[in-house]
Design a protein around this ligand. Structure first.
Ligand code: BV8
Length: 235
C-alpha cells in the first residue's frame, strides 16, 4: 500500500488517449500536422470562420464519443481508489476517458468535447451531437452563440487556482503522455519542484521538459502506467 506520498497530482496529455484511437497533436500524423492551430483552436480563428471550426470539433466529438478508456486510464482510476492520500488528475485532454474509467477527482483544464458553451448566456450543456452556427442555446434560445466547451490558445485554462493550490501541496507529480509544449500545463513540473515534490514523467519519448523530472519512464502508456501504478501501490 502506498504510504510515503500523501498528495499526488497527475497531469495527462494526448499520449494517454493515443492507444484509445484518438490522435495526438504533435506526433508525425498529429492533429496540428493536418490543421492550422491558429485557424481552428483560437477565438480569432472561430470569429473568422465559425463553420470550419465547428466542423473541426464536430469531427473530433464523434471520435471522442466512440472512444473507450484504455489500461492506462483504468490504472489511474485504480490509483485514485486505492491511495489513502489525495490524488488529483489534471487533464489537457478534451476527451472523457478518465471519467469513463472511473476517475472522480478530475480537472479538465482545457475543457471537454462532451459539453457546449453558450457565448450569450455562459450556460454549459452536455452535448454529443454536432454544433452549427444555427444551433440554438437550450437555455436562452439564442442562435449563433454555441461553441465547443474547450479552451483555445490565448484563453484562460479552467480551474487554474485549484491546480496551483494542489501543486503547492503535492509530494508526487506524475506527467503522462504530454509533449510539454503548451503552457501553463508545461510549467506545472516547476511548480511541483518548488513544492519539493518528486517529479516523474511517463511518456513514449522525452518531452520538452524531460530534464526537469526526477525520473523518466519511457514506453507506451498502456504498458508503463499500469506497471508504475502497481509499483506505487505495492511500495
Ligand atoms: C494561456 C484544447 C494565459 C483545444 C488546447 C504567445 C501568445 C499567446 C499565448 C502564448 C504565447 N506563447 C505561449 C503561449 C501560451 C499558449 C501556448 O502554450 N502556446 C504554445 C503553442 C507555445 N497557451 C495558451 O494560450 C493557453 N492559455 O496561456 O492563457 C494564461 C497564462 C498562465 C496562466 C493562465 C492563463 C491555453 C492553451 C490551451 C489550448 N488548447 N487544447 C483542443 O484540444 O482542440 S492545447 C493542445 O495542446 C491540445 O489540445 C493538448 O491539450 C495540448 C498539449 O498537447 P499534448 O497533450 O502534450 O499532446 P502532444 O501531441 O503535443 O504530445 C503527445 C505526447 O504523447 C508526445 O510527447 C508523445 O511522445 C506522447 N505519446 C504518443 N503516444 C503515446 C505517448 N505517450 C505514451 N503512450 C503513447 N501511446
Amino acid at each position: 500500500m502506498l504510504d510515503y506520498y500523501n498528495n499526488i497530482v497527475i497531469l495527462t496529455g494526448a499520449g494517454l488517449s493515443a492507444e484509445s484511437g484518438l490522435s495526438t497533436f504533435r506526433d508525425k500524423d498529429g492533429v496540428w500536422t493536418r490543421h492550422d492551430l491558429a485557424e481552428v483552436a483560437t477565438p480569432e480563428g472561430f470569429a473568422r470562420n465559425p463553420d470550419m471550426v465547428q466542423d473541426f470539433y464536430n469531427a473530433r466529438r464523434k471520435q471522442v464519443v466512440e472512444a473507450k478508456p484504455n489500461a492506462a486510464h483504468k490504472a489511474l482510476a485504480r490509483l485514485e481508489k486505492k491511495h489513502p492520500g489525495e490524488v488529483l488528475t489534471v487533464t489537457q485532454n478534451v476527451d472523457v476517458l478518465h471519467e469513463a474509467a472511473g476517475t472522480a477527482k478530475l480537472i479538465h483544464m482545457h475543457g471537454q468535447l462532451d459539453q457546449a458553451l453558450c457565448t450569450h448566456c455562459d450556460a454549459r450543456h452536455g452535448w454529443s451531437d454536432d454544433i452549427t452556427t444555427a444551433t440554438p442555446c437550450p437555455g436562452c434560445g439564442e442562435c449563433a452563440g454555441m461553441r465547443p466547451d474547450v479552451v483555445w490558445f490565448g484563453e484562460m485554462p479552467y480551474q487554474m487556482d485549484d491546480i496551483y493550490e494542489a501543486l503547492s501541496r503535492c509530494d508526487l507529480f506524475i506527467s503522462i503522455g504530454t509533449s510539454g509544449s503548451v503552457y501553463p500545463a508545461a510549467g506545472f513540473v516547476m511548480e511541483a519542484k518548488r513544492a519539493r515534490a518528486r517529479t516523474v514523467e511517463l511518456n513514449l519519448e522525452p518531452s520538452e521538459g524531460a530534464s526537469l523530472f526526477t525520473e523518466s519512464i519511457r514506453g507506451p502508456a498502456t504498458e508503463v502506467v499500469p506497471q508504475y501504478v502497481e509499483r506505487l501501490l505495492s511500495a
